[in-house]
Design a protein around this ligand. Structure first.
Ligand code: PXP
Length: 243
């Protein structure tokens, strides 16, 4: 794979636009299909408790497409609730990324508190893994959270890059150290949130980071240059950062 780094494209906001009119257009599955060949290595969807963007029927159709030969691996972001665990184990996406979810938040504002919720996370991870789903935990770049993720059986850690994207001093170093620790503990390291053409390269350059999940910026940029072009440019920047 070029540059040994994958780009997961979060298409939640395709559904946000569809829902604004209440009809069927644009259809997230049709968009996912059209993006094959653009540089996208996987599709990310977040079925939220309030179904504000992706809905059950979208998740069902996209996971079925992802599992079929021509599809791309689906990364299913989910809160740790009984409902979501039942849906995930039924739809069997390639991966599940457990995220914290607060109803009033506009987006996923922070990482999971794995350290203090490991008792609830451990059986959920086991249930997903038993269904053949690779489990990722979305955490802030803190050594304690990464260690706890490894201890309770996660296979992947996705580092929250939101504070870095907001320009918080020292965040790139925290991400670098957390990525090194993730790999040292034998877990695959992903990263995402708030990444743009302007800030992606220092993150893509971290050698332990194997996948970036990017949504909002790509959809915004699509209004100017089109989604396949925005994805191709993001992927180009990611690969360039690893040369
Ligand atoms: N990764 C995770 C776990 C997320 O929750 C999100 C936001 O839904 C993203 C990546 C993508 O963030 P953004 O839309 O800011 O690119």
């Amino acid at each position: 794979m070029p540059g040994n780094i994958r780009l997961g494209v979060n298409i939640d906001h395709v559904a946000t636009i569809r829902n604004a009119r209440g009809g069927n257009h644009p259809d997230p599955l049709s968009v996912a299909r059209a993006l094959v060949g653009s540089g996208m290595d996987g599709i990310t969807i977040h079925l939220r408790e309030d179904r504000r963007h992706i809905r059950d029927a979208d998740a069902e159709a996209i996971c079925a497409w992802g599992a079929a030969g021509a599809g791309k691996p689906v990364n299913f972001e989910m809160a740790i609730t009984d409902e979501m665990l039942s849906i995930a184990t039924r739809l069997k996406p390639h991966g599940a990324c457990i995220v914290p979810e607060r109803r009033a938040e506009i987006t996923t504002e922070g990482g999971l508190d794995v350290v203090n919720t490991r008792a609830a996370l451990r059986p959920a991870i086991a249930r997903l893994r038993d269904a053949g789903i690779r489990v990722s935990l979305f955490v802030d770049p803190s050594p304690g959270q990464v260690e706890a993720a490894a201890e309770i059986g996660a296979q992947v850690v996705e580092l929250h890059t939101g504070a870095y994207a907001n320009g918080k001093p020292g965040e790139l170093n925290r991400l670098r150290e957390a990525a090194t620790l993730t790999a040292k503990l034998g877990l695959e390291c992903h990263a995402g949130h708030g990444l743009t053409f302007a800030n992606v390269q220092p993150i893509a350059a971290l050698p332990e980071v194997r996948e970036l999940n990017i949504g909002h910026y790509l959809i915004g940029e699509a209004l100017l240059i089109g989604l396949p072009t925005a994805i191709a440019e993001m992927k180009r920047l990611m690969i360039e950062a690893r040369l």
